[in-house]
Design a protein around this ligand. Structure first.
Ligand SMILES: Cc1ncc(COP(=O)(O)O)c(C=O)c1O
Ligand SMILES: N[C@@H](CCCC[NH3+])C(=O)O
Length: 389
């Protein structure tokens, strides 16, 4: 009897109709709240995904020269591209200013001088906004918080005030307190802090540009029921304490909330090790394809297409030569066996964009689905999991 079975290549699976639905919801909320959206390319930079986003009229928030290049290739106009990042190199600043992108988010006084040099040498139309560190909690995992004083991001308000007193080409401010934020109080706090800070700008300074970052969280526990993030709640919270008439249009740069739920990672059980504590299913997908569980202890929902009412606790692990290459313990699933297909949900954001080349693993492919019922999906995968004997 042949033991090897059939092999289904692992892949990211993107539900484009859900992406479109999500974009429509985000755009509708943005219209109500006079908000312009710049998609954070770092969350997912696959060309097909970016094209969908560009076609819906969002701008692009980029953090490297390569992301700017990709955004331009996809068709985002330069005047709808912003460039952020805590360690921009001169090569990157030169490129961004030469392309006349809309705005650079400058993070320090030192960086400002360098940007200034390239704005002049490139005779650039790019504007400068200052990223402020507001010293605020974000109520999220400590490793994905960015807005406290000790974090490396942004500059103190005092530095910003000094810069605007000298330079006339600064158009406004940029803030971002962290990612995967579900408690809207933290966004309300951000809007209070900004309102307070803006009161202390010199009378002759007009804040033309106000970017309040990204950070809206998604439901990792129940991504099937809650597949669209609370854009309306986010935008109300972020605007709540801003004086409306003074700041008619604001910018936001969501990443995860746009693409997180439309992607899943599909892999196959290679072996099951029957440990004393808990069986461990070793898959062909792991930390090189989705780093979040290993980097932040993030828990993603995992499902299978096996019909069984009996669920048992199992450890789900990846194939890399690292003890931390484990999605998690105590996943209650039907008993897994070699050949079974496993789906890791909510892998659309910070999945493929954070993939690793460790162990010389080749990047896995992406599959784009434009419409498919759940029944067809399950049937297709079951077909493939039948092990040949
Ligand atoms: C400056 C900045 N803007 C936008 C984002 C996108 O955030 P999120 O994916 O949480 O919406 C990030 C990532 O946290 C960021 O650092
Ligand atoms: N990459 C992170 C969040 C950081 C986002 C960028 N500042 C995640 O996987 O959740």
């Amino acid at each position: 009897m042949k033991q090897s079975g059939t092999y289904q290549e692992p892949h990211y699976r993107y539900d484009i109709s859900l992406l479109r639905k999500t974009l429509k919801k985000a755009k509708a909320a943005a219209e109500v709240h006079a908000t312009e959206l710049y998609y954070a390319v770092k969350a997912n930079n696959e060309a097909v995904i970016l094209k969908e986003i560009q076609q819906m009229g969002l701008g692009a928030d980029c953090v490297s020269m390569e992301e700017i290049e990709r955004a331009l290739q996809i068709g985002f106009p330069a005047e709808r591209i912003v460039f952020a990042g805590s360690g921009k190199t001169i090569r990157e600043i030169d490129y961004a200013t030469a392309q006349n992108i809309a705005v650079i988010h400058c993070e320090s006084v030192e960086e400002f001088d360098i940007i200034q040099e390239f704005l002049e040498s490139n005779n650039s139309t790019t504007k400068v906004a200052l990223r402020i560190n507001p010293d605020l909690e974000a109520g999220t995992h400590s490793r994905i918080s960015t807005g406290k004083k000790h974090h490396k991001f942004g500059m103190p308000w005092e530095d910003a005030m000094e810069l605007i007193s000298i330079h006339k080409n600064i158009v406004g401010f940029h803030f971002h307190i962290g990612s995967q934020i579900l408690d809207m109080t933290y966004f309300e706090n951000l809007s209070s802090r900004i309102a307070e800070l803006l009161l202390s700008t010199p009378l002759d300074f007009k804040t033309e540009y106000l970017n309040m970052g990204g950070g809206l969280g998604i439901d990792y526990e129940d991504p099937i029921k809650n597949n669209i993030a609370d854009f309306e709640g986010w935008m109300s919270a972020i605007r709540k304490n801003l004086p409306k008439r003074t700041y008619p249009v604001i910018r936001l740069e969501p990443g995860r909330s746009i693409v997180g739920q439309c992607g899943m990672l599909v892999g196959q059980v290679q072996y099951v090790k029957h440990r004393e504590t808990c069986p461990t299913a070793i898959l062909d997908i792991g930390m090189t394809d989705l780093l979040r569980p290993m980097l932040y202890g993030a828990r993603h929902k995992i499902t299978t297409v096996i019909d069984s009412l009996t669920l048992i606790p199992q450890t789900i692990a990846g194939p890399s030569c690292e003890s931390t290459d484990v999605f998690g313990k105590n996943y209650y699933l039907p008993e897994l066996n070699r050949g079974d297909i496993v789906r890791v949900h909510s892998a659309g954001a910070y999945g493929s964009s954070m993939r690793l080349g460790y162990n010389l693993k080749s990047p896995i492919k992406a599959m784009y689905i434009y419409s498919e019922s759940k029944t067809t999906f399950n049937a297709n995968y079951k077909e493939r999991t039948k092990v040949a004997v």
